[in-house]
Design a protein around this ligand. Sequence first.
Ligand SMILES: [Zn+2]
Length: 477
Amino acid sequence: MRVEYPLTRRSLPVALTLHFWASLLSIWLIFVSPKSTASQVHPVGPIALVGAQVLDGYEVAEISDGVVVYEDGVITAVGSASDVQIPANALVIDVGGHTVLPGLIDNHVHVDLIGHGSYERYYEFLGGDERLNEVMPIAAKQMLRAGVTTALDLGAPFEILDVRRKIDLGEIPGPRLMVSGPWITRVQYDTIPDSYEEVISSPEEGARKALELIDRGSDVIKTWEGLTQEDYHAIVDAAHSRGVKVHAHLYDPEAIKMAIDAGVDVFQHVGSAGNPPYEEALINTIAHKEIPIVQTISHRVWVYPSTLAFPSRLKRAEYKTDMPVDIYREFMDSFQNFHQLPYFRNAATEIRNSKQSASQFIDAGARIGVGTDAASPLNMHLEAIWREMSALVDSGMSPIQVISAATKTNAEILGVFAERGSLEPGKQADILVVAGNPLEDIEVLGRVALVAKGGALWVTENSTLRVEGPINRFQNP
Ligand SMILES: [Zn+2]
């Protein structure tokens, strides 16, 4: 969809002259009168990103000489340079050599985690959930820096709502968050603080807990392990009575069948552990019913072998600057002898199974969303999203399919596609600019140059763009 500005036609030289003076005026206005929230700068007046390849979130051909215009946090025009009239007062940012696409959506994150090597030791270090208010802002910042502008957190105490409030007020950088809050399970894990889970022993209790969680702020319900067929039915019916979707953590084929029968809305993981290959009939049922699958494969198939091959990936400068000294020390110390970490004990089997199940679902034409399980051990927020997208390409999806899955499909799964997930007039200005062409090499998505969230511009430390004007930076003051 393309929108033109209702400017009267002028002769080219006059228009250019007017455009020049208007641009100067707008730059002056932006420098002297930015709208700021607590610590963030929001541009005043229209912003035009020009000269780039534009991918709008749909599975269609790229716009090779594309323009994206937005104002007041809302996209006003998307199209080729010959079709879009750039407003005379726009701040024009030349992003030639780059690709512009919708901000990425991660449909499975953990804002309480930072990639520490051991859950048990991590929670012990944090004093249970006592220092969550320190680590969650670190995770949120890293996600936005990686180009993730919306994320679904699947399992954290309700302290996460305080972090979301700070993000929304502009006090700290981070993606737009949707949250499950604590998950519902019959199996209690001793290594995880109680505030993370609601352990039930009957379907009635499951339904009651689901309603309580929604009252406390859960945007979705997450179910975990050991649930019965009746549990799934009770929880799904309760959640649906409030218009809330249920995301189930699933591996076991019998649990998957129960979840299908109960009408669970989104299947998380499905296959990245010990069960595949799945029966063809089961895969086909999921594909036919168009139940979204969020597989989280790269934390198995990529993290371990890549760290073995290149341990230096654990030492990115941003980790040190993002974290207080003692947290950074603990974080780095947890990677000593990482090949001995219990989390990777079954890495070879899990990698084989992940690859198998990913190909099974992709070949069957299942509805694929994208989630990362970041930041499980060594699966850092700075890399998780593009690594997952790369793993999906390796599993058989084309780059444009994966990009559409991580934007449009993910927004549909979350029920927010009316507001974001594509670059179209009227949608929120959540925009990612990366250096190079992700259609040729999907890992280009790791080269984030610029992120806009709600129109506020964020430039990464190693950005390939030199943007002047109303921008925000991720460095600590
Ligand atoms: Zn998870």
